[in-house]
Design a protein around this ligand. Structure first.
Ligand code: ZN
Length: 301
């Protein structure tokens, strides 16, 4: 099988570096994988294409460790989520009807709860059911499946929320194309993805070079948490959305620079936050190379 870019199909690419491999993925990695960047659309991806089976992926994801978040951070995240829903609401045409909400990669189900709380019809889909007990209400529909294999109704949903999902899929073009088909004309898709060309990654690369790991890639992390298998910068994200013929209604480059405040001043994370992460992210924001992108999208016509 030819090893091409999963967005534009070009086989022209340059090597970025070698991925970090953790103890679990080490059991399945049986050839030399490299992080590469497509010369045509600038997408970052893994070459050759990763061929893990679903049981192997599950082992990787189940091993992922979620730390407990402080109440302050939980509250902050909840407000951010509500703000995104408000923004989406203001962009959706047909304001009067009960909205149909779809949460792709529903995770703990916080988006489902927010939608349900607004009186919307909420549906979630995910390959595993990690929903909090609160989000397991009978009025909330949940489908345990891969999005590409499910048979949700087309031209149906008013708001589709896709946060921190696309960087985990090997075939982003098919994936977002399918999401677009599920969207009703006049509806809105929210996507959130990391910016691989953020300043933080450049600083990480510098640290790798200084600590004798110059071959290690600072982009993506296919074989170590958080298991990102593709990645965008500003240009590749633009190319990707254009190719799927989605219209960008609103787009933003942003960071999470105050999150270190959720740690105790007694912890190492707090001080790393103040003296390292905060300054890097602050400058990153000033030069428009912050850590995440978010975009609100609609049908072109
Ligand atoms: Zn490409």
């Amino acid at each position: 099988m030819k090893d091409c870019c999963p967005v534009c199909n070009s086989d022209k690419k340059k090597e970025i570096g070698l991925p970090k491999i953790n103890l679990i993925s080490k059991r399945f990695v049986d050839k030399e994988f490299k992080i590469v960047q497509c010369n045509n659309c600038e997408l970052y991806y893994v070459s050759p294409k990763i061929d893990f089976n679903s049981s192997q992926w599950n082992q990787l994801y189940n091993s992922e460790y979620f730390s407990n978040q402080s109440n302050w951070l939980l509250e902050k995240r909840k407000k951010e989520l509500a703000k995104r829903f408000d923004t989406a609401r203001s962009l959706i045409e047909n304001q009067n009807q009960k909205l149909k909400y779809l949460d792709v990669g529903a995770g703990e189900g916080k988006g489902l709860l927010e939608a349900h709380g607004r009186g919307w019809e909420a549906t979630g889909i995910d390959i595993v059911d990690n929903r909090l007990q609160d989000a397991k209400l009978s009025e909330i529909k949940f489908i345990k499946s891969n999005l590409l294999e499910c048979d949700l109704p087309e031209n149906h949903f008013d708001f589709i929320y896709v946060d921190s999902v696309i960087e985990h899929v090997l075939n982003p073009f098919e994936y977002l194309s399918k999401i677009k088909k599920l969207l009703r004309k006049g509806g809105v898709i929210y996507i959130g993805v990391p910016n691989e060309d953020c300043l933080f990654n450049s600083v990480r690369k510098l640290v790798f070079v200084l600590t004798g790991k110059k071959n290690e890639s600072e982009k993506l992390k296919p074989f170590d948490s958080p298991y990102h298998v593709i990645g965008f910068n500003d240009s590749s994200l633009k190319y990707f959305l254009d190719k799927i013929e989605l219209r960008v209604l609103k787009k933003r480059n942003f960071g999470r620079k105050f999150d270190f405040l959720s740690y105790s001043p007694k912890s190492k994370s707090f001080w790393i936050g103040i003296f390292f992460l905060f300054p890097v992210e602050y400058i990153g924001q000033l030069i428009q190379r912050d850590i995440y992108f978010e975009a609100y999208l609609s049908w072109n016509n």
